[in-house]
Each structure stands twice: as structure tokens, then as C-alpha cells.
Design a protein around this ligand. Structure first.
Ligand code: ARG
Length: 240
């Protein structure tokens, strides 16, 4: 009798455990990237979170947000620990080999952040410079592949990268335009230089072959773009 009770209890615990999993969807990101994902009062908010909430709503699931290192995101998807990534992640051919991308939801460009009195005026001035980037980002790949004479410093967090520029450990930081604008708002000694490097496009990522989820995500993105919602989210998160 006692054994049966214990057995039934275990079955109940197991089933509720499963039920919970069934009804959640896990998003992975690196939340040091305002306006797309950032902390406010201990909670992650941002453009990507607003989009993720709509995806979860459409699927009828509870959203769980996981904040990890940017360079671990692809692995997190492919090991099944997360269902999708929303991290201002740029579409690249290399990444496409490992994960699947949704339709694009935002355009971006890569810019240079430096001290206000920096002597960097053109792309050519980047030669021989010490450049800090976020580890695994498109800027990281760009510096390593296109600027062979430059020294690359890889940081996991943009805050540490900004610190490197402020302290003179790095001459500049290469990163996405909108997050760069947000970063200089809080670091008055830094500015975004008016040298554009290249443009890129953001998409949601899922594990390779997860077409079912990707189709639903694309439906949500289509609708959000049609209704001007993404612009609205960007406006909201850049004007505060
Ligand atoms: N767009 C760049 C890339 O895909 C940087 C993205 C960084 N995102 C973040 N949440 N930290 O490489």
C-alpha cells in the first residue's frame, strides 16, 4: 500500500513536470544589448523580448528567458536546451550551416565606438589598432578576417568592451549601431564615429531542421512587421 502511494506520487510528480515543459517555450539571448535585450529592475526587457512574448502568445505557451554568453547561443539551440534565440543575431552564411534563421525582422549596421577625441576617421585608420568586439559576433569575425594587422580583444560583455576603450586598453569597439547609440548614452566619454563598416540583418534562430517552430515564428514576425509593431518596440526602447 505504502509503495503504491509512493509510486502514484512519483507518477503525479513526473506528469506535472512534463505538463509544465509542454507549456513553456525557452528563448535564449545575451542580455547586455539594449535596446534589443537589457535588464531593468532585475528583469530582461527589450525589442527582442517584446517579439518573443508575441511568439509565446501565438503558441499559447509561457515564455522562459535564458541569458547566456553570445557565443554559446548556437550550441544551446542545437543541444535542445532552448527553442529559439532572439539576440539581435545577424544572418550569416557560416551560421546558416549550424542553425536555421527566420525571415529578417530588423536591419542593422556595424559602427565604431571610440573616445570622443579619437583619431580614427576612416576604415583605413583601423589598421594596426587594438579593436575590442563581443566574442563570436559578426564584428569579431570581421576584424579577424578583414583586418589582419589589427589586434582583436574579445569580450563577452559590451560593458567590459566599453571599459577597455575608456581605459585605453583598446582603441575602439566595433558593434551594432543601435546598441552602440545606447552604450554611448551612458558613457559620455565615448562616441559613435560616422564611419559605417557593413550592414547586417537580424533574424530569429532555431535548431537546424526545426521547421515547424520556424513556420510559426515567421507568421508572427510577418504580422508584427505588417502592423509596424517592431518599429514601435524600437522607438519605445530607444527613447527611455
Ligand atoms: N548582430 C551581431 C551578431 O549577430 C551582434 C549580436 C549581439 N547580440 C547580443 N544579444 N549580445 O553577431
Amino acid at each position: 500500500m505504502k509503495r503504491l502511494v509512493i509510486f502514484l506520487l512519483l507518477v503525479i510528480i513526473f506528469l506535472t513536470g512534463c505538463g509544465k515543459k509542454e507549456n513553456t517555450i525557452v528563448m535564449v539571448t545575451e542580455a547586455g544589448f539594449a535596446p534589443y535585450e537589457y535588464y531593468e529592475n532585475g528583469k530582461v526587457i527589450g525589442v527582442d523580448i517584446d517579439i518573443a512574448k508575441e511568439i509565446a502568445k501565438h503558441l499559447g505557451k509561457e515564455l522562459i528567458i535564458k541569458d547566456i554568453d553570445f557565443d554559446s547561443i548556437i550550441n544551446e539551440l542545437n543541444s535542445g536546451k532552448a527553442d529559439f534565440a532572439l539576440a539581435g543575431m545577424s544572418i550569416t552564411e557560416e551560421r546558416k550551416k549550424e542553425i536555421d534563421f527566420s525571415i529578417e525582422y530588423s536591419e542593422s549596421k556595424q559602427v565604431i565606438v571610440a573616445l570622443k577625441d579619437s583619431n580614427i576617421k576612416t576604415v583605413d585608420d583601423l589598421k594596426n589598432k587594438k579593436i575590442v568586439v563581443q566574442l563570436g559576433s559578426v564584428a569579431d569575425i570581421f576584424v579577424s578576417s578583414e583586418l589582419s594587422e589589427a589586434t582583436v580583444i574579445q569580450q563577452k560583455k559590451f560593458l567590459s568592451a566599453a571599459q577597455d576603450v575608456k581605459s585605453g586598453k583598446a582603441d575602439c569597439l566595433i558593434m551594432d549601431a543601435l546598441p552602440a547609440n545606447e552604450l554611448v548614452k551612458n558613457n559620455k566619454e565615448l562616441s559613435v564615429l560616422s564611419v559605417d563598416l557593413f550592414t547586417d540583418r537580424y533574424a530569429v534562430a532555431v535548431a537546424k531542421g526545426n521547421e515547424e517552430l520556424l513556420d510559426e515564428i515567421n507568421k508572427v514576425l510577418d504580422k508584427l512587421m505588417e502592423n509596424g509593431k517592431i518599429e514601435e518596440y524600437i522607438l519605445y526602447h530607444t527613447s527611455r
